[in-house]
Design a binder for this molecule. Sequence first.
Ligand code: GAF
Length: 398
Amino acid sequence: MSRLTRVSQQEMKERITVGFEKHFGPLGDGHVYFAPGRVNLIGEHTDYNGGHVFPCALTIGTYAAVRRRTDRKLRFFSMNFPRNGVYESALDELIPSPRFGWTNYPKGVVKIFGDHGYPVENGFDMVIYGNIPNGSGLSSSAALEVVTAVMLCDQYGFEIDGKQIALLCQESENTYNGMNCGIMDQFTVAMGREDHAIFLDTAKLSYEYVPIRLKDASIIIANTNKKHHLRDSKYNDRRKECEKALADLSKVIQISSLGDLSCEEFEEYKGAIEDPVCRRRAKHAVYENRRTVDAVRLLKQGKLGAFGKLMREAHLSVSRDYEVTGIELDTLAEAAWRVPGCIGSRMTGGGFGGCTVSIVRNDSIPEFMGRVGRAYRKKIGYQADFYTVKIGGGPQIL
Ligand code: GAF
């Protein structure tokens, strides 16, 4: 998969068109669609707590080649999982099940569209091909949802804006796929802008595009390659712990989310949170929100070094208070901090495996990959992968 991340969009389009023809015949009046992956620069586990996030879309992503059918059949094939073969289903079978594998994501979106008054009357044939490393926490599932939504709008003539697409896809992930995620991933994938990160207030869904000018530095993603089957359930646990903390706090101060609290108010009222574990989770959410607001201000002032320091603090907070990192992510981040040309490094996404994001001076990239890679292999016993990524735009019809 790491070589795939370097394949151009044109080449991906050609490959998926050939793949479609092989499995389902000529693409005809069908199209190829694209939705990006995302990386979050700072603001982790704040989106379901009414706080701020600061993610950006990537140039890597998920491609879908789709042609409408005249009956109600749905056929799916993934070029990333060719051994699974073709999944056949129908518009009258929109019920989630583990035996449908990854097709639960596009099917969930079709279902939610129907529930919201956008009925899909005819089926379709869909081939998927992506260059987001799988299970890496770079939002391959949000990309699959958003690419399906954009395809449905185009093929079935629905007019839905990017924000609404993000909300429908989040609802599909929550209700059809059982992952109680916040809005960050779907919003970033649906609303990304080239060379900009999105400073999003998840309580109001108000946002600002902030240009990312790193001059002589780049964004490097390091993948732990850790398989994380328990990720979703642990994620849902964290969410419940925050809800418990909020319920306790609401007895002593009027707030509707943890994002409403300043750090000072948290210190004043934290005694109301009965369970010490929930107290630490809430502490992370409140302080991470403040860090994110501060980090964006510093970045706008051109203070990249100070931004990098906050990335480190953010990692320590998800490691110690929120406990979503584990030895793999901690090893990558700690090794990164020891490389002089590394401006900042932290875990990104949900955690429990997945990736770190680092800002590294261009002349230090080989040293960074060498040193961090060796430290990781020595401690963890297998290899990490590294990708130099670019900030891309939102979904496209190719
Ligand atoms: C996952 C979720 F999908 C997001 O909504 C967000 O909560 C993130 O983890 C943590 O910041 O990517």
